[in-house]
Design a protein around this ligand. Structure first.
Ligand code: M6R
Length: 355
């Protein structure tokens, strides 16, 4: 797993660079010509687990950049809820393995209703890749560890590329479109720096050795990351963990915070920083032990945390690529500290080919 975490800069390079032509994402080699997305009115993303959390980042990014609605469904729910689909929408399925039973069933359901399908898949020739109308391959290379790491990052990268492309197809000004990609590449260039912060992440994770419960908090993109960070931690370290939208805490969950409860608060989004910090103060006042993860240069009240990690200051939309590495390494550090087999966590298979 650690090896795969450290392969993320290469995986991202391999996935993004072949698709950049004159500063814009170009999917011509994938069978998508410019203008393809012009008449798409909305997008339905369907996936499972980590892939669905990549879809949540996609919702945030594509809605913001391209201003079309994006829904994200867990495949096992989507397929049994008689979803309302229409021919002007695009169904996007995301799957590292391309073999996940529920995601495949969702794809088939959409196709049966005559809806155009696009699959984001890492394994060439997999069933989902063969059956979807269009395939966008991610080039993460083989992912062997059960916990998905580099596959998530390249799925997220694909969400940005799709967002830029859809925006361009829908008539966004060319100079605006050309300014987006460098922001993504700039964030990717900081990845080696974040990977080198591993000892800092492990130091914190060591303190989780005897933890039974932990809360991840965030708002907006940070909330989507909180879900991914929480899944990773549960999956390999067996610490019970909940991801919460920070604004929801006072609607019930804050009652679980007692003296010493570990909380990881993600506070990287400038737009909601003030609100987030006041939520963090609420848990701190109830005795939580808070690790605050924020960006260099953002002003935060030192009273609201016990420990702090600062990541390179990139634009809000591109923080997920750096933040996820941090959360993966915290999960890995905690699992190591607890003596867990990180590559083969109990009860789990790499590819879930049954319902
Ligand atoms: O192969 P897929 O991307 O379709 O797999 C989906 C999930 O089973 C997978 O992402 C799972 O959640 C990971 N093991 C989590 O790390």
């Amino acid at each position: 797993m650690r090896k795969e975490i450290f392969e993320q800069p290469t995986a991202l390079y391999n996935t993004v660079h072949p698709r950049v032509v004159k500063g814009l994402p170009d999917f011509t080699h994938d069978g998508i010509t410019p203008g393809f997305f012009k008449d798409v009115t909305r997008i339905q993303v369907v996936a499972c687990g980590t892939a669905s959390y990549a879809g949540l980042i996609g919702k945030n990014i594509i809605e913001k950049l391209a201003r079309i609605p994006v829904e994200v469904d867990i495949a096992s729910e989507f397929r049994y809820r008689d979803p309302i689909l229409d021919p002007t929408q695009l169904v996007v399925v995301i799957s590292q393995s391309g073999e996940t039973a529920d995601t495949l069933a969702a794809l088939r359901l959409a196709k049966k209703q005559g809806i155009k399908t696009l699959a984001i898949v890492n394994v060439a020739g997999s069933t989902i890749a063969r059956e979807a109308d269009i395939v966008l391959y991610t080039y993460a290379g083989p992912e062997i560890a059960v916990a998905s790491t580099k596959a998530y990052s390249v799925q997220v990268a694909m969400m940005y590329l799709l967002g830029f492309r859809i925006a361009a197809d829908k008539g966004a000004p060319m100079d605006w479109c050309c300014r987006q990609l460098p922001k993504l590449l700039n964030a990717v260039s900081y990845l080696p720096h974040v990977l080198a912060m591993e000892p800092e992440f492990f130091r914190y994770a060591e303190g989780l050795k005897n933890a039974e419960h932990l809360f991840y908090l965030g708002r907006g993109l940070d909330y989507s990351l909180a879900m991914e960070g929480s899944l990773k931690l549960k999956e390999i370290s067996y610490i019970h963990c909940e991801a919460y939208a920070a604004g929801e805490l006072k609607h019930g969950t804050i009652s679980l915070i007692t003296d010493g409860t570990p909380v990881i608060a993600l506070a990287t989004q400038r737009k909601t920083l003030g609100k987030m910090i006041s939520n963090v103060k609420e848990v701190k006042a109830r005795g939580a032990h808070v690790l605050l993860i924020t960006l260099e240069g953002l002003e935060v009240d030192p009273e609201c945390y016990d420990e702090i990690i600062r990541l390179p200051a990139v634009e809000d939309e591109y923080v997920p690529l750096l933040l996820v590495v941090t959360l993966q390494l915290i999960a890995l550090g905690a699992a190591n500290a607890r003596g867990c087999d990180v590559d083969k966590p109990r009860n789990l298979a790499k590819s879930v080919t049954v319902e």
